[in-house]
Write a protein that binds this ligand. Structure first.
Ligand code: BEZ
Length: 214
């Protein structure tokens, strides 16, 4: 059955471009981002891995361990990575899982047979420090992902895990956020959000991003 939000991200052991990976051990207490690519030596994937490598400091800042997957084997990955460095101007600085037996692809339901029965779609799994799946996005092979959006989702997940807030449409870190509807106690609201609340409607209450520096 497909993974759902709140499920424990399945553990696995598999080879990668940086050696054997035991997934839960690799994640440690950090957040995780596991994302799949249809195949090696493909153009869209080449650009995605280049951008992810360039954004590595942003993932590090958020304590997120990134892990890519393509169903090709390690030898193939090792042959492809220099092309990414050459064409994208940055070396791949995170592991790329080899999954020639489709073990991880099957565990995470990354192969969608009505799209293609041999290669994975572009899945992204956001995993919390508790190893639970916090968000999932899925794109077809022909649509490259927006990694600024991936960072934005991580910012929202990390904020909403710590504070009783939700993030509105197109929110970016530092912008106002919404008090969760379940929080009704006025004393608690004042204690949690001493900067004040803008009540647009009783169910739409805005506060400053509690993670933003004053
Ligand atoms: C790509 O990664 O470039 C790609 C893979 C399969 C279909 C279309 C594009």
């Amino acid at each position: 059955m497909a993974l759902r939000l709140g499920d424990i991200a399945p553990d696995f052991e598999q080879d990668s471009t940086q050696g054997r990976i035991r997934f839960h051990e690799y994640l440690g207490q950090s957040w995780g981002l596991l994302f799949s690519h249809p195949a090696d030596f493909t153009p869209v994937c080449t650009t995605e891995l280049g951008v992810t490598a360039r954004l590595k400091p942003e993932f590090d800042k958020r304590d997120v361990k990134v892990l890519a997957l393509s169903v090709d084997d390690r030898r193939s990955h090792d042959g492809w990575l220099p092309d990414i460095a050459e064409t994208q101007g940055t070396a791949v600085n995170f592991p790329v899982l080899a999954d020639p037996d489709r073990k991880v692809a099957a565990l995470y339901d990354m192969i969608h047979p009505n799209a293609d029965d041999k290669t994975t779609v572009r899945s992204v799994f956001f995993i919390g420090p508790d190893k639970k799946v916090k968000a999932i996005i899925t794109y077809p092979a022909s649509t490259g992902r927006n990694f600024d959006e991936i960072l934005r989702v991580i910012d929202s997940l990390q904020l909403t895990q710590q504070h009783k807030v939700a993030t509105p449409v197109n929110w970016r870190k530092g912008e106002d956020v919404i008090i969760v509807p379940a929080l009704k106690d006025e004393a608690e609201i004042q204690r949690r959000f001493p900067g004040g609340v803008k009540v647009v409607k009783p169910y739409l209450r805005l506060v400053k991003d509690p993670s933003a520096k004053a």
